[in-house]
Design a binder for this molecule. Structure first.
Ligand code: GDP
Length: 440
């Protein structure tokens, strides 16, 4: 994410390396570089200029503290300003009303329908809500089907009226049904057009007027840079939306939209979407995003994703198995699947400070797990539960079944064995892995 911007900023800070203190001259050069980096990331010049003017004033106004080098100080100032530009603190969805109506608007292809599914899943799994998805796109029958498929995947009901060509009526009927059947969230996915267009705007505005939503979320493809910002302006003038959703942040986006939408329309970014999987939705935290841009990683989000995936009961079961030296291939596979649910491996690695940059050019595909899974899959249930059974001839059979070489199986078995040995050793420490953690 925003790799080029991160690199350029890093090289701007390098200008200050070795400098003993901040001075007019060295700050001017650094600031100029930062401005160029921002403009190249598709940040509008005026905003970039205002940004660097502030950075410069702050840097020159700082008291000289010998413990902090000028480059460290600059990183801190830029981080604070980036966070400020993106809104500083997160703004939560207002979901107190029962039912809460959330209207989703944006151009066609921006990721509206996918986001509607992700949001429903988020509210269901993380906020214990009972959402109803509403297909209010009256022009594309395929949009209704798409939403139904998504709803099916996450176990959320989808309301639609394929014959009805009145989006306002559909929305109103859906809310009636929600009230009658105890849904406490209604997410209305509206029709989009390829470009800002009067008919579309009027329709969404009419739905808004009729259903008085608590939240109107504007969905925008972050890959479209400055265009995204202009579209946001047009939608906000008409709809006065309550928040922005940036999609496709997993793609090769330069960062301009994320950095300047808040400034331009003065509405908070509430969510960022990073992938096509339905559980890759993140609440937007300006501070953490600023840290990520500056290569400081984002451990907090990593931990939260892990917490969302791993449940207490499973963890206890696993701990018990490890304690009794019973960790087997079924457990291993289960762990792999949970990690995969947290997002793409590259994305996850990118959240670890310093690692994102190191792995950015490596081809780390999630396929690397496939070989391992294939090997586990070609084991018999008895072998999975009792890895010690797996002798030479069984290894040969497993390799064949998985389309792998016997050396691959040997290597995997060796690694698995090492892992089990490590678990055994941890068990010898009083209190086990837990004891280890307590002692720091
Ligand atoms: P809509 O026309 O606004 O409803 O857009 P869709 O939800 O149909 O999304 C358009 C395309 O973008 C689809 O192929 C989605 O799978 C894809 N998409 C949506 N969100 C994301 C995202 O966060 N990352 C990536 N890589 N693709 C996305």
């Amino acid at each position: 994410m925003f790799e080029s911007l991160s690199e350029r900023l890093e090289s701007a800070f390098k200008q200050l390396k070795g400098e003993g203190r901040i001075s007019e001259i060295n700050v001017a050069t650094t600031v100029k570089e930062i401005r160029r980096a921002l403009v190249d990331a598709d940040v509008n010049y005026k905003i970039a200029k205002e940004f660097t003017d502030k950075v410069k004033d702050k840097a020159l106004g700082e008291k000289v503290i010998t413990a902090i080098s000028p480059s460290q100080l600059m990183v801190k100032i830029v981080k604070d300003e980036l966070a400020e530009l993106m809104g500083n603190t997160e703004v939560e969805l207002d979901i107190k009303a029962n039912p809460t109506v959330i209207l989703i608007a944006g151009l066609q292809g921006s990721g509206k329908t996918t986001f509607s599914g992700k949001l429903a899943n988020f509210l269901k799994t993380q906020k214990n809500k009972k959402p109803l998805l509403v297909a209010a796109d009256i022009y594309r029958p395929a949009a209704i089907d798409q939403l139904k498929v998504l709803g099916g995947q996450i176990g959320v009901e989808v309301y639609s009226e394929p014959e009805n060509k009145n989006a306002v009526q559909i929305a109103e009927n859906a809310i009636k049904q929600a009230k009658a059947q105890g849904y406490n969230i209604v997410i209305i996915d509206t029709a989009g057009r390829l470009a800002v267009d009067e008919v579309m705007m009027t329709e969404v505005a009419n739905v808004k007027a009729a259903v008085q939503p608590q939240e109107i979320l504007f969905v925008v493809d972050s890959m479209t840079g400055q265009d995204a910002v202009n579209t946001a302006k047009a939608f906000n003038d008409r709809l006065d939306f309550t928040g922005v959703v940036l999609t496709k942040l997993d793609g090769d986006t330069r960062g301009g939209a994320a950095l300047t939408i808040k400034y331009t329309v003065n509405k908070p970014i509430k969510f960022v979407s990073m992938g096509e999987k339905l559980d890759t939705l993140d609440v937007f935290y300006p501070e953490r995003m600023a840290q990520r841009i500056l290569g400081m990683g984002d451990i907090t989000t990593l931990v939260e994703r892990a917490q969302a995936q791993f449940n207490e009961e499973q963890a206890k079961k696993l701990e018990k198995k490890i304690r009794q030296n019973q960790f087997d291939f079924d457990d291993f596979k289960e762990q792999l699947q949970q990690i995969k649910k947290m997002g793409s491996i590259k994305d996850l690695l990118g959240m670890i400070p310093g690692v994102g940059k190191a792995v950015k050019d490596l081809d780390i595909s999630d396929d690397s797990f496939k070989g391992i899974e294939a090997m586990i899959n070609s084991m018999t249930p008895a072998e999975r539960a009792n890895p010690d059974l797996i002798d030479g001839s069984r290894r040969k059979r497993i390799a064949k079944g998985a389309g792998k070489e016997i050396t691959d199986v040997n290597q995997f078995m060796k690694q698995f064995e090492q892992m089990r040995q490590m678990m055994k050793m941890m068990n010898k420490i009083p209190g086990g892995a837990k004891g280890l953690k307590m002692r720091g």
